[in-house]
Design a protein around this ligand. Structure first.
Ligand code: GRF
Length: 216
């Protein structure tokens, strides 16, 4: 059974989607620990209620990014994970940290990368007049929001959308996308070649989510 460590900063709804799909689909993997840099991250309490180990590495306790990264890596490595999953994790990680987990760390970003890396993706998509928006699951590399793309979900931008209504639509799509991409990873069904990621069974690496519904 492969071990997954999930890093969160807040609510943890992607974490919930992953834990639920892993159980429902009998993955050869399970989430063995949830870590956060914020003691008040709501997803920590949810994880504890599921009997999942949790730990906090509070970034305010460290004088430098390197010291924080080292402590976070130690907390992760205590669980000897096969996969490290960033799910709404809002800290920038240093190059050494990223290299340590190269090829086995995934992130979800709420835009159709390479458009809109960084923050405020939904507001920026609306300001740019985009007619579609979405989310991307990618391998993490040292350049922020830039690693090889595993899968993308596309949603429409609707008349009258605000950053919040668009975020809600994208988030529902994220809850389908991230478990799908992570399942492929734990099943060994992904091949990375430079920036390109191939799903080895030929499954579509995109979702079109018009009025997305939550996975059952
Ligand atoms: C998601 O939109 C994710 O893409 C972004 O932060 C949000 C996290 O939501 N990076 P949650 O904590 O998984 O509910």
């Amino acid at each position: 059974m492969q071990r997954i460590v999930v890093l969160i900063s807040g609510r943890g709804s992607n974490l919930e989607a992953i834990v639920q799909r892993a159980a429902a689909e009998a993955w050869p993997a399970r989430v063995t620990a949830v870590l956060s840099h914020r003691p008040d991250a709501a997803g920590l309490a949810w994880a504890q209620a599921q009997g999942i180990a949790t730990a906090v590495v509070d970034h305010r306790d460290f004088a430098s990014r390197e010291a924080f990264d080292d402590a976070l890596a130690a907390a992760i490595d205590a669980h000897a994970p096969h996969w490290v999953v960033l799910a709404g994790f809002m800290r920038i990680l240093g190059d050494a940290f990223v290299q340590r987990y190269a090829g086995r760390m995934l992130n979800i970003h709420p835009s159709l990368l390479p458009a809109f890396p960084g923050l405020h993706t939904h507001r920026r998509a609306l300001e740019a007049g985009c007619r579609v928006a979405g989310a991307t699951v990618h391998f993490v590399t040292p350049t922020l929001d830039h690693g090889p793309i595993v899968a993308q979900a596309v949603v429409p931008v609707r008349e009258g959308d605000t950053p919040q209504t668009l975020a809600d639509r994208v988030l529902a799509a994220e809850h389908r996308l991230y478990p799908l991409a992570l399942r492929w990873a734990v099943q060994g069904r992904l091949a990375v070649d430079g920036q390109a990621v191939q799903q080895l069974d030929g499954e579509a690496q995109h979702l079109f989510c018009d009025d997305p519904v939550e996975a059952p």
